[in-house]
Write a protein that binds this ligand. Structure first.
Ligand SMILES: [Zn+2]
Length: 244
């Protein structure tokens, strides 16, 4: 009965092949799950929830100088670190452009400022965060001028939406008496050259004595960080709703 034998053999072979495929499927799925877990446990980049926080200036670049010689770079870093902690507690993975008083340029470089900005822009390009916020402080010749202001790249619809909501949260939560409006811009190098959604958040004016005083205080810095984080949360929630 060679015919029957052949059919049987064929059935067995088909069965084995299906079984092997099944095993392969289960094993590869487990491997993928394990890899996913490892990424989370080790704190590596969980791609879908990465936010880049850029503390402006640093090192030889002090940024704006405010009342009593107050340097922008230090305030930027203090607020950025607080923002990182708030966002991490909310489940985001945070990339920082700097975590100490150091610029992103090589020593003895000719064009320190350009190299510094290019490296920040390169980080955004490499890691492709959901969005990036660059933390800065403002200054003006008239010491009466004050209040936070958020800047976005003029041609970025998403950048504008993020800026509007961060601006609104800051105006509300910091109880700003004469609130400013978020503003579009086409000339800021960081806004112009960065990929994806990015805002420059000017938290206040270091040339206004009252605001400069507040911006040096831990609890006010924390309020600033919370307002920015709330803005980010609300923006991302609205993005998600739009997708669904
Ligand atoms: Zn600045």
């Amino acid at each position: 009965m060679p015919g029957v034998f052949c059919v049987k053999k064929h059935l067995i072979e088909t069965g084995m092949a299906v079984l092997m495929l099944l095993c392969f499927y289960i094993l590869s799925r487990e491997a993928a799950e394990t890899a996913g877990k490892l990424v989370n446990v080790s704190g590596n980049i969980k791609e879908e929830k990465v936010i880049l926080v850029d503390a402006g200036h640093g090192g030889a670049d002090s940024g704006m100088i405010g009342v009593d010689g107050l340097k922008e770079k230090g305030i930027n870093l203090e607020i950025s670190v607080k923002l990182k902690k708030v966002l991490e507690k909310r489940g985001y993975t945070i990339l920082m452009t700097r975590e100490e008083d150091k610029g992103l340029y090589e020593e003895n470089t000719k064009n320190m400022k350009a190299q510094d900005l290019q490296n920040r822009i390169a980080m955004i390009k490499e890691y492709k965060p959901l969005l990036a916020v660059s933390i800065h402080q403002n200054s003006y010749s008239d010491p009466a001028v004050k209040g936070p202001q958020v800047f976005f790249f003029e041609d970025s619809e998403k950048g504008k939406r993020l800026a509007l909501v961060i601006q609104e949260k800051m105006n509300q939560q910091l109880e700003i008496q004469r609130p400013r409006a978020a503003k579009g811009n086409r000339t800021y190098y960081l806004l112009k050259r960065s990929e994806g959604v990015i805002n420059i958040v000017e938290c206040g004016f270091l040339t206004n004595p009252d605001e400069a005083g507040l911006l040096q205080k831990d609890d006010y810095q924390q309020k600033v960080a919370l307002a920015i984080a709330d803005g980010i949360d609300e923006y991302l929630a609205s993005e998600k709703n739009e997708k669904n």
